[in-house]
Design a protein around this ligand. Sequence first.
Ligand SMILES: Cc1ncc(COP(=O)(O)O)c(C=O)c1O
Length: 400
Amino acid sequence: MSFLSATLSRVKPSPTIAMTAKAAELKAAGRDVIGLSAGEPDFDTPQNIKDAAVAAIAAGKTKYTAPDGIPELKQAVCAKMKRDHGLDYTPAQISVGTGGKQTLYNALMATMNDGDEVIIPAPFWVSYPDMVLLAGGTPVVVETTLANSFKLTAEQLEAAITPRTKWFIFNSPSNPTGAGYSRDELKALTDVLMRHPHVWIMSDDMYEHLAYDGFEFCTPAEVEPGLYDRTLTCNGVSKAYAMTGWRIGYAAGPVELISAMRKIQSQSTSNPCSISQWAAVEALNGTQDFLAPNNETFKRRRDLVVRMLDEIDGITCPTPEGAFYVYPSIAGLIGKTTPAGTVIENDEAFATALLEEADVAVVFGAAFGLSPNFRVSYATSDAALTEACARIQRFCASLR
Ligand SMILES: Cc1ncc(COP(=O)(O)O)c(C=O)c1O
């Protein structure tokens, strides 16, 4: 019998992190690899946020805090929920964790029992199914289609709900597709959820602020106030504020759930870094002026990547509403052979050959539960993106 837990045997390590590590290994060996696999902005954290962290250190705000966040940050989250979504929350309804990842994980750990099902539209952020498994639940994956812009339909959601469904995980704009649901598209889903009062909604709004071409972000609790009492709205400062390393995420929801999440956090990690929490107060309360220019940059890069990839014979690359990812299909390349003799049997073979033969790192679609595709993160310089897409073009042209 293994020393390791049975639960752990059901979980796989993050494939996005594995791909980034493989690219780093090749780079260290002297290869000129362009990495398009990391899920973080290449921008620096804004200066006002860094200044707030330095001020917090100088003021000695370097001790334990309440396990799930300082009152000032909870207040800032309440103000944000009111300002951006018209939703009323009190600090007792807010949980602050070490990144968005921890708040999502706490919520699942606090609620899952054996046999509980969690509906996850695919393609999905890689951690959702494994977190559900770690918490003892059963992921119910529902595949979306490129034809429907990778968005779940009301009919698909209705068909996936069973008496054992506990949560529906919703992520818009999405990692890995960038797909963002319009108010009408989301309303079609919330109408279904209104008919099933036992299903709770976990909305992961991490890419809220990264949206282009006038796309208007909305979140389930604002689209359907009738769901307020069974919705956990999760968000964080990692992506929009270029603060991935600071590790601050937060969630807003019913007091009973938030208290249960606090219990888990108080017996595991305790509070997220005190200094990062003060930086996050400034991120949420301070100027939001840098968001618009950052988004212009991201939009320009998105358009560049979509244009160059969609030109390729055998690749279809739709234009998504937000985040900093595109999720092209390689259906037209399956069965072809690379110059080194590898048969592109699936998207994993494609991504591996692309890295080994063309020095471009992307993440294969199977990691996100929908194939045959790959994910490109365009959170890198225009020059690197242009060169990487040119390499992908040449690589695809060389397939026989
Ligand atoms: C959809 C989604 N949710 C949550 C997270 C976690 O963010 P954090 O770095 O704040 O833990 C990520 C990070 O990649 C993400 O893509």
